[in-house]
Design a protein around this ligand. Sequence first.
Ligand code: GLN
Length: 256
Amino acid sequence: MLQLNIAHLYPEQMNIYGDRGNILTLVQRCRWRDIAVHVDAIKPGQQVNWGSYDLAFFGGGQDSGQALIADDFVRRHGEALKAAIDDGLTMLAICGGYQLLGHYFLTHTHDKLPGIGALDVHTVGGEKRLIGNILVEWREAFDGAALTTSSASPQPRYLVGFENHSGRTYLGSEVRPLGQVRRGFGNNSEDGTEGAVYRNAHGCYMHGSLLPKNPHFADHLLGLALQRRYGSSAALTPLDDQLEAQAHDVMVGRLA
Ligand code: GLN
């Protein structure tokens, strides 16, 4: 039986706009396929052997929630998590979690929260919050590199979500954008990009929750994690995603 181990970073401090729905989606899509899945909540002060995980998830949070865990995150996990990401660990980080995977987050009240620098991005808070539904053209889909098993035709090329952040994130040369904003603000509302990808680590501003609204992206992440653990022959069996695809398409239609 295939097995995946998932680490969920600071679920109590960093869970906003239903981000936990991403974990529920990953778990359920594994269960439907008879993949054994184990989730550990990583709490402040907890030691972690990052080599034992296949996938890590880090949700969003208010500036105050981020301030509670930023030091613990950087000091306890910075080096080892960065090494695991360099080694191909699959990761999804949303909004506040995304910001802490970068070099730093300078909040709009001028507090500098450190990040682990696993993603070559930095974030600066602004006065006006960037709020609303967001439509993103997903880069892997038009590059043909997406690992989804979706039987939908044409293959889903969009990601839909909801964003609410004061931080503006700017990408360095070591990351590529997750996609291009077609509606909404994305990384910084200036350069048209949303999210950042480095190896198998993904950061973005899309709450929603993201993965229930975009099952093709959930499968992309699960596919990456399985491939790293079992090699490229470990394929995901397709699921019946008709309902999920309809919900996704309604949002694409509304926002396109
Ligand atoms: N506190 C951060 C910001 O406002 C992240 C917000 C979030 O996770 N939704 O930019």
